[in-house]
Design a protein around this ligand. Structure first.
Ligand SMILES: [Zn+2]
Length: 282
């Protein structure tokens, strides 16, 4: 099974990393891939890359090559994000939101979701670390994308009714600091919609180092349990948490795939975990 695209790192400096979720230094080996490795925290069982590249080197991965991947797959990713929003009953849940209804997409790539939300009447903003993607979205889609990180964007407190980040948090070196910033710029009672690969899923367990999400660009591999815990501790109320997708198309006959997928979703073994959360008030 092909893996998810990962950039080809140049010469990078690496550093030993404490657990990005709890700060502990005790860890066990988890997955040893070609040129990078994931460990499991002995305190909180988070799975993370260690050693990991220093941030100034890491951000250089998200250049022209990454833009090419995002641009080529934008329609496919857009449809998956639409399915996610449908699964959390997005339109009904946000129907009563007061104007202006503001939507932030972090890691928005070329801005296809932003363009669609803008057409539906949302005031949209995007953030993407890849300057080429941000420029493309601004130029071709007429959507406002900040090229950089969420922290660098420096939005005012309580700016957004909804914050969406799909397949982003696993790329972030400091998920706790990131979630604190998401919480700050989210309006009280505002929603955050999050998807990320599920390291407890069926495919991760089956394929191990060959799992499509065991790639160099992923710094933390979450599960429903580890992400749910850090979200709860960061001030988010979890409204819904589901997993998606059992087996990749083509790995088994459809006759087998369909019931396995249904079972995986029911048991929480899906390949991707999807959270709908609300900013807790006081
Ligand atoms: Zn930990």
């Amino acid at each position: 099974m092909p893996k998810t695209y990962s950039s080809v790192p140049g010469v990078e400096r690496f550093q030993t990393t404490p657990c990005p979720l709890c700060g502990a230094l005790t860890r066990s080996a988890f997955l040893s891939c070609d040129g990078f490795a994931f460990v499991r925290c002995r305190e909180c069982s988070a799975v993370y890359q260690n050693p990991s590249p220093v941030f100034e080197d890491l951000r250089k991965r998200y250049g022209e090559g990454y833009f090419g991947y995002e641009h080529e797959n934008e329609l496919n990713f857009f449809h998956l994000m639409e399915l996610g929003l449908k699964d959390v009953d997005f339109d009904r849940r946000t129907a009563g939101f007061v104007e202006p209804r503001t939507f932030l997409d972090i890691g928005c790539a070329t801005g296809m979701l932003l363009e669609s939300m803008q057409r539906k009447g949302w005031v949209v903003k995007g953030v993407d670390i890849c300057p080429e993607s941000a420029e493309y979205g601004r130029r071709h889609r007429g959507v406002d994308i900040f090229p950089g990180t969420l922290h660098e964007a420096g939005f005012p407190d309580a700016s957004f009714s909804v914050i969406h980040f799909s397949h982003l948090i696993e790329h972030v070196p400091d998920p706790r600091g990131f979630l604190a910033e998401v919480l700050r710029v989210l309006k009280p009672g505002g929603l955050a919609v999050i998807t990320t690969p599920n390291v407890d899923g069926f495919q991760a367990r089956l394929f191990k180092t060959g799992w499509r999400s065991a790639i160099a660009d992923h710094l933390v591999l979450f599960s429903r349990r580890t992400l749910g815990r850090v979200l709860g501790e960061s001030g988010f109320q979890v409204l819904k948490a589901v997993t998606w997708g059992g087996l990749a198309v083509g790995t088994v006959p459809l006759l087998i795939k369909k019931p396995v997928d249904r079972l995986a979703k029911k048991l929480g073994f899906g390949d991707v975990v999807l959270f709908l959360t609300e900013k807790r008030t006081a």
